[in-house]
Design a protein around this ligand. Structure first.
Ligand code: 2DT
Length: 211
C-alpha cells in the first residue's frame, strides 16, 4: 500500500575488498543524505563496541586466535545483537548505510575454505538489505593503493580468494560500481542508486529477511 505509515528507511549495504574506498564513500554518502534532510545513520560491521565486537577486534588485531568456525559465528552474532535496533530504526524512517554485512561474513569465511552453505546458515533471518553496492576493484589494484594495516586478512593472496567468494555471492540485484573511477564519479553513481532505493522504501516496500 501507499500509506504514509508504511514509509520506512532503507537498509543500504556497501561491500568490497579492503582498500576499495567503502568507508570513505559511506561517510560522503552520509553527509550528502543529511544535507538533503534525510534521517540517516552510518553503521559498520563488525561493530567493535559490544562485548562480542571486542572479541572480534582482538581476533582481527591478532591478539587472540580462534577457530575459523567460532569467529564466523561471532561475526554473525554481532549482527544478530543489532537486528532489533536495526529494524526499529528502519520502521521509524531512518535510513541505515552499513559498511559490510552478511556478505562480508560469508565471503571472508568461505575464502578460508569453509563450506558456503554452512557460512550462510547463521545469517538467515537477519534483515535483507534493500540495496547492496559492490565497490569493484581487483585485489592487485587495491593492494597498490597501499595502507593495508597489520590486521588479519589484509594480504594480497587472501584478498584474491575473498574476491572470488564475492563473485559467487553477487547476483543481479547488486549494484556494482567501478571503484577505480575517480572518487567523485563513484560518489555520483552511488548517490543516484541510493536515492532511488530510499524512494522505494518510502513508498512502503516491505522489510524482508535473508536469504
Ligand atoms: P573492517 O576493516 O571493515 O573493520 O573489517 N569480516 C567482516 C569478516 O570476516 N566477517 C564479517 O562478518 C565482517 C562484517 C572483513 C574487518 C575485517 O573483518 C572481516 C575485514
Amino acid at each position: 500500500s501507499n500509506n504514509k505509515s508504511d514509509s520506512r528507511g532503507a537498509l543500504i549495504v556497501l561491500e568490497g575488498l579492503d582498500r576499495c574506498g567503502k568507508t570513505s564513500q559511506c561517510s560522503r554518502l552520509l553527509s550528502y543524505l543529511e544535507e538533503l534532510g534525510h534521517s540517516v545513520e552510518s553503521w559498520r560491521f563488525p561493530d567493535r563496541s559490544t562485548g562480542v565486537g571486542q572479541m572480534i577486534s582482538s581476533y582481527l588485531t591478532q591478539k587472540s586466535q580462534l577457530d575459523d568456525h567460532a569467529i564466523h559465528l561471532l561475526f554473525s552474532a554481532n549482527r544478530w545483537e543489532k537486528r532489533s535496533l536495526m529494524e526499529s530504526k528502519l520502521r521509524s524512517n531512518t535510513t541505515l548505510i552499513v559498511d559490510r554485512y552478511s556478505f562480508s561474513g560469508v565471503a571472508f569465511s568461505s575464502a578460508k575454505g569453509l563450506d558456503l552453505d554452512w557460512c550462510k546458515a547463521p545469517e538467515a533471518g537477519l534483515l535483507a538489505p534493500d540495496l547492496v553496492v559492490y565497490l569493484d576493484i581487483s585485489p592487485e589494484k587495491a593492494a597498490e593503493r597501499g595502507g593495508y594495516g597489520g590486521e588479519r586478512y589484509e594480504q594480497l593472496e587472501f584478498q584474491k580468494k575473498v574476491a572470488l567468494s564475492y563473485q559467487m555471492l553477487r547476483d543481479d540485484t547488486w549494484k556494482v560500481i567501478d571503484a577505480t573511477l575517480p572518487v567523485e564519479d563513484v560518489e555520483k553513481q552511488l548517490r543516484q542508486t541510493v536515492l532511488e532505493c530510499i524512494q522505494i522504501c518510502e513508498k512502503g516496500k516491505p522489510i524482508s529477511e535473508l536469504w
